[in-house]
Design a protein around this ligand. Structure first.
Ligand SMILES: Cc1cc2nc3c(=O)[nH]c(=O)nc-3n(C[C@H](O)[C@H](O)[C@H](O)COP(=O)(O)OP(=O)(O)OC[C@H]3O[C@@H](n4cnc5c(N)ncnc54)[C@H](O)[C@@H]3O)c2cc1C
Length: 408
């Protein structure tokens, strides 16, 4: 009889592990608390980055036997970079900088693509299932705590496919906002790296900003969001359990691009169970240097306001002029240079807090930062109208598929 493996969580990291293990002949059972894979999200767009290694991530996935054609993706090689003073420039590359995928339960979503791969490999997925984590070998249950929030609106638009990335400390405290448009559906999202009482205020003002700068003809559909958990555990294998994806603190502290870490860590955990690797060693070699650099970058960004963001945006464009390509800048900021490594002790003391989790693991976690006095500003008239518009949409059945105290 084949050896049984139980995985907690049927998101990207859990399903990646399930595919590899089921193909390796294991009797794989995935336990998911929600009704379906992707139900944590509700049709929001996310970008899979292509800058933390030289190999294209889709080629890497194919090398592991994961088929990126199982889900819809749109490659991008150019974006609008919106500086804090509203200047718009265009970082671009000859290849693929990132791909936009949709998260959710529709069949073209990445979560459903991974679900199909897992099922066809022979894994069994138990939805709406509660399982004691102690009975699982792989913990892939996503974030538990909040270090940051993202809040967005999905709408119909007649604008062509497009991505904008905006560095703006007012609209997105400590972070960035973005606009993604794919095939007539748009998403405007603001990320809050400082905790606010009313996140909706920031979203309304961000939408007002984008409407003012792009011809969107926006017809709101729903509001979506989620949280990110940024915590570095002392160990990735604890009491015989493998912690993968965000449950293992494998997230990008700088921007929150966690999907690639989730898929990669799921694959590494599966291959370690199959005796190809030692998970603890492999994660420390391949992923932790990147996660640490992202934490160091986040530490620096937390010290910046819009002046720092302007410096970064200008530096990026100068770097592109020198190199003839915008992607090397993104690769460069994830390089563990001597300067960045020297900052690590300061990051540990200044930004991370030691915490014992309910399962006994010790982590160094980035707490949700407090609001600053500059986060209080007068709403614009257009933002107020957008708030009223959204209330009307809600009365007509428009839903917010996320609340800030979301417990799973
Ligand atoms: C709004 C938002 C935007 C984002 N944008 C990007 C982006 O553009 N690019 C990017 O790379 N990353 C992005 N991320 C981060 C990315 O979504 C995550 O890093 C990634 O999904 C983590 O994968 P995971 O497998 O760890 O968790 P998930 O994919 O969330 O899967 C975890 C699964 O575990 C389930 N679960 C939870 N608790 C239990 C339990 N007790 N028992 C059983 N099942 C459980 C959940 O329901 C879920 O299905 C974004 C995150 C948010 C919230």
């Amino acid at each position: 009889m084949s050896e049984r493996i139980d995985i907690l969580g049927a998101g990207l990291s859990g399903l990646s592990a399930a595919v590899i293990l089921a193909r390796g002949g294991y009797d794989v059972h995935v336990h998911e608390i929600r009704k379906d894979s992707g139900a944590r999200f509700d049709g929001d767009f996310q970008g899979i980055e292509n800058w933390t290694s030289d190999i294209d991530f889709f080629d890497e996935m194919r090398g592991w036997g994961l088929d990126p054609d199982e889900f819809k993706s749109n490659p991008f090689s150019v974006i609008d970079l919106i500086h804090p003073d509203n200047e718009i420039t265009n970082p671009k590359t000859d290849g693929v900088a990132f791909r936009v995928v949709e998260r959710g339960t529709d069949s073209h979503c990445i979560d459903q693509g991974f679900k199909r791969m897992a099922l066809s490999s022979g894994a069994k997925i138990h939805y709406k299932s509660k399982k004691d984590p102690k009975e699982c070998q792989i913990i892939a249950a996503g974030p538990k705590d909040s270090s940051a929030l993202a809040f967005g609106e999905i709408f119909h638009t007649d604008h062509p496919n497009h991505v904008s990335f905006q560095l703006n400390d007012k609209l997105a405290p400590g972070a960035y906002s973005y606009l993604i448009i794919i095939d007539g559906i748009g998403l405007i999202c603001t990320c809050l790296w400082r905790k606010q009482k009313k996140s909706g205020r920031y979203l309304n003002e961000t939408i007002a900003w984008y409407e003012n700068h792009y011809e969107l003809n926006r017809v709101p559909i729903k509001r979506v969001g989620g949280r990110g958990d940024f915590a570095l555990p002392d160990r990735y294998v604890y009491e015989g359990r493998y912690y993968v994806g965000e449950a293992g603190g494998l997230q990008d502290f700088m921007w929150g691009f966690g999907m690639r870490y989730a898929i990669t860590s799921g694959v590494l955990a599966a291959k370690s169970i199959m005796n190809e690797y030692d998970y603890e060693k492999e994660v420390r070699k391949r992923l932790i240097p990147l996660v640490r650099v992202s934490a160091i970058n986040r530490f620096l960004m937390n010290r910046f306001g819009d002046k720092g963001f302007k410096f970064v945006a200008r530096y990026w464009m100068n770097h592109q002029k020198r190199k003839g390509d915008g992607l090397p800048f993104m690769k460069w900021i994830y390089q563990p240079s001597i300067f960045r490594r020297a900052l690590w002790p300061f990051v540990k003391i200044g930004m991370l807090r030691r915490k014992k989790l309910a399962d006994g693991r010790m982590v160094s976690r980035m707490p949700f930062r407090k609001a600053l006095s500059r986060d209080n500003w007068e709403e614009s008239q257009r933002a107020k109208e957008i708030r009223e518009q959204w209330k009307n949409i809600q009365r007509g059945g428009g839903v917010v598929s996320f609340n800030e105290s979301d417990s799973v």
